[in-house]
Design a protein around this ligand. Structure first.
Ligand SMILES: O=C[C@H](O)COP(=O)(O)O
Length: 250
């Protein structure tokens, strides 16, 4: 049985004091049996959040990492550094990283391996652009991105990956994919994982939907058999809304 996972992706929002205040508001309330709650926050807030999360069931994640352990990479943060902080998850290959920072499928794969090297759990984002959807290429795009991201992973590692299916046209636009459409693509992605490994591995992988998920639509997504949670941007920034999302995933 796959445990639902709600991950907030704060993107480039919140100072340290704002992050600590958010955490004080959600502590105890966003801790619900049977649901894994995660907050993926800016690097600057991670030490304070890891400290605040001690003794709670809420996991802390980063939003990116460099694939090398160290070196002359000005402005970058490595898996060694994240592990040292006590971070559990790391988002890899978010469409904003792919679009604005040139992250290719090959780089995404290197980052996934770097995450496992340092015992961090990757949340790997895949999803199509609007023009790709309109051209009927949604599943092809997701297949290529998924296969590239998983290249060289063992079945045991693959089973621990969280995939976030995020149609790019649905991110931050208020235009969410219907739950039936999201289920169709996510079931397909699960099939891609089965093709790479086996049925047991595909059955173990958790696949989230992301793109304008809100407290008022989380239940529809969670009612779908292949959707195991959500990667949430805007609606994860307010404590009350984040708590409702975690409650809605039960
Ligand atoms: O990582 C989260 C996604 O980009 C979705 O963002 P959103 O919930 O603001 O649409």
């Amino acid at each position: 049985m796959r445990k639902p996972i709600i991950a907030g992706n704060w993107k480039m929002f919140k100072t340290v004091s704002e992050a600590v205040s958010f955490f004080a508001d959600v502590k105890g309330k966003a801790e619900i049996d049977g649901v894994e709650a995660v907050v993926c926050a800016p690097y600057t807030t991670l030490p304070a959040l890891v400290e605040a999360a001690k003794g709670t069931s809420i996991a802390i994640g980063a939003q990116n990492l460099h694939f090398e352990d160290n070196g002359a990479f000005t402005g970058e943060i490595s898996g060694v550094m994240l592990k040292d902080l006590g971070v559990k998850y790391v988002i890899i290959g978010h469409s904003e990283r792919r679009a604005y920072f040139g992250e290719s499928d090959e780089i995404v794969n290197k980052k996934v391996h770097a995450a496992f090297k340092h015992a961090l759990l990757p949340i790997v984002c895949v999803g199509e652009k609007l023009e790709e959807r309109e051209a009927g290429q949604t599943k092809d795009v997701c297949k290529v991105q998924t296969e590239a991201a998983f290249q060289g992973l063992s079945a045991a590692q693959a089973a621990d990956v969280v995939i976030a299916y995020e149609p790019i046209w649905a991110i931050g636009t208020g235009k969410s994919s219907t739950s039936a459409d999201a289920e169709d693509v996510i079931a397909y992605i699960r099939g891609v994982v089965e093709g790479l490994y086996d049925a047991a591995t595909a059955a173990a992988v958790r696949i989230q939907y992301g793109g304008s998920v809100k407290p008022n639509n989380i239940a529809e997504y969670m009612a779908q058999p292949n959707i195991d949670g959500a990667l949430v941007g805007g609606a994860s920034l307010e404590a009350a809304s984040y708590i409702q999302l975690v409650e809605g995933a039960k």
